[in-house]
Design a protein around this ligand. Structure first.
Ligand code: DON
Length: 312
């Protein structure tokens, strides 16, 4: 059921005011530099887009500028994997919050190589393994999926970020090898990591992201094309795990203060799904200690409060 935003101001005006306030705030946070190519981004970039199920896309600031989607890619790879594996995935990756940083390795040893959820790096690497095993060419298949969902045929991987990720991927390699030792990675670790680094290195704008993910706000169906991307049950499940784990160990606080399924990436993007209404995508590169963009978080928190968007 569509929700009615609880403000009479047109959305464009609301977003303009929000963006003005966001860029006027004292800067907080640090741009990710453990992937060196990410540190070259202009830290003052800031944009927000809202796409509605009715087909409206409102953009403000740098909302049409492409940036590294990083962990936001994990939402798309999960959905693509569910298209092929359905329930088969859930014996290899869990659905619980990890309570650990996104790239932590300690829990994996205790839990026999089964990652807590598909949004921490270990879980996304298992999902990447399923894509490598089920597609003859998983990287082009992933890019085509994003192009179809966004309607933007120009989406590309950022080669500098990809090379930088591959050169500095020791921790992800450690996660993959540990899971391989438990039998939870089927393909060659190198091929799985190649796919994982590729998906993280795609550039998309806030507008691209908001448009692409509308199906999660619409029980699995893209509203503009009418195409079913995932079942209603899987849309429910993806949103549920986004709510509990999409913002890593800040997910509880995000549920408390915002109340929407959401996913962040260390490129500074955050997407939030508003079931029955649309998708918010915000971008600002500096991150807090959890790896979540400070200003994107601020903008989404404030917008959700102003419009009364919480699902709870
Ligand atoms: O594997 C990594 O560490 C990065 N490619 C993605 C991490 C990420 O975006 C975590 N999100 N906040």
């Amino acid at each position: 059921m569509p929700i009615a935003p609880a403000t009479s101001a047109p959305l464009g005006e609301t977003l303009e005011a929000l963006h003005r306030d966001a860029v006027a705030r004292p800067s907080a946070g640090r741009v990710a530099d453990y992937i060196p190519a990410l540190a070259t981004v202009d830290a003052s970039r800031c944009g927000i887009a809202v796409a509605s199920l009715e087909g409206e896309v409102v953009t403000v600031g740098h909302a049409e500028t492409g940036f590294s989607i990083q962990s936001i890619s994990k939402v798309f790879s999960l959905v693509l994997s569910l298209q092929r594996l359905s329930d088969g995935l859930w014996s290899r990756v869990g659905m619980e919050p990890s309570g650990q940083p996104f790239n932590s390795i300690v829990q994996l040893e205790w839990e026999h190589g089964i990652p807590r959820n598909p949004f921490i790096n270990a879980g996304a690497i298992v999902v990447a393994d399923t894509l490598v095993s089920h597609f003859s060419a998983s990287r082009p298949a992933f890019l085509s999926f994003l192009r179809k969902l966004s309607g933007n045929q120009r989406l590309m991987v950022n080669d500098d970020v990809l090379a930088s990720e591959s050169r500095n991927g020791s921790r992800n390699a450690a996660l993959a090898h540990l899971m391989k030792s438990f039998g939870n990675i089927e393909d060659k670790v190198e091929r799985v990591l190649d796919h994982y680094f590729f998906q993280c290195s795609v550039d998309m704008s806030c507008a691209d992201l908001a448009r692409s993910l509308l199906f999660l706000a619409n029980r699995g169906t893209q509203p503009h094309s009418g195409e079913t991307i995932c079942s209603r049950r899987d849309a429910h499940r993806v949103n549920a795990i986004l709510s509990t784990s999409g913002m890593y160990d800040q997910s509880g606080q995000f549920a408390f203060s915002v109340g929407l399924p959401a996913k962040s990436g260390v490129g500074g993007g955050i997407i939030a799904i508003v079931p029955g209404y649309g998708v918010i995508a915000a971008w600002s590169p500096p991150l807090n200690a959890h790896g979540n963009s400070t200003t994107a978080l601020w903008m989404i928190t404030r917008l959700a409060g102003q419009l009364g968007l919480s699902i709870y």
